[in-house]
Design a protein. Sequence first.
Length: 316
Amino acid sequence: MKTKKELISIVISCYNEEESIPLFYQEIIKVAKEMANVNFEFLFINDGSRDKTLEILRNLSKKDKRVRYISFSRNFGKEAAMFAGLEHSKGDYVTLMDADLQDPPSLLPKMFKIIKEEGYDSVGTRRVTRKGEPPIRSFFARMFYKLINKMSKVEMVDGARDYRLMSRQVVDSIISLQEYNRYSKGLFSFVGYETKWLEYENVERVAGETKWSFWKLFKYAIEGIVAFTTVPLTIATFMGILLFLIAIVFIFIILFKTLVFGDPVSGWPSLACIILFCSGIQLLCLGIIGEYLSKTYLETKKRPIYIIKETEKSNV
């Protein structure tokens, strides 16, 4: 009796990737031929691209029945694109990849072999170098992982990519987390399961330009911290207690100097500095509280994580 081949779903997030998609497709087809013992579906998520990405995906889906695509009504962000891909994937195993070939498709056969032969639930990839990145960006990335791992109970692996091969059970567990503010690197760790890490040297984009500016990465890091730890709120509380105690000490010092030595309080510059310092601390603490409140506010709205405008079935 002929056994049914297992299906691997490859989810590819795309935002203005007209130059990269044809090159990516060529590489992934080579891998699919190498892994002839399994079937594939290539699920492209068009995240509101403004170039010819959607047109290319339409043509690919007509040429190759394994190619599926979902096109959003606007740009919802990579997190939404990855979630949509996981939610609509059909495979027994699912992998997330970028269209720019920074996630080497050549690693996929090894990843699949590890899951099948070594019993892991997922295989993740992590960069051991950041070749091609600006030094300042690499420095802050390393500091972020050190910081969040000290604050969060969920481990974040330095250099980890979204590129990973997961069993259907892992994927279903991630899909069950329906939160609006998503930080997938944390969610992958949160659901647990046995994960093996494959290390590789950083690969630069094959075409196009990165969509991640320093500011976008900074905001993404803030989202990760807010999503997986409440330590900043605790820090804000302790800062308030500390400043209160310091104020009490200074009150007694001023009273003592005035009553015993007759030394009047003087020095408006020092007073101005103290006021500015305390005001800055207050605004910082309010900002921290505001971040958590804003995320809670967005969650309570229950808005959809993404909106689909078109799929490959729209052109049938």
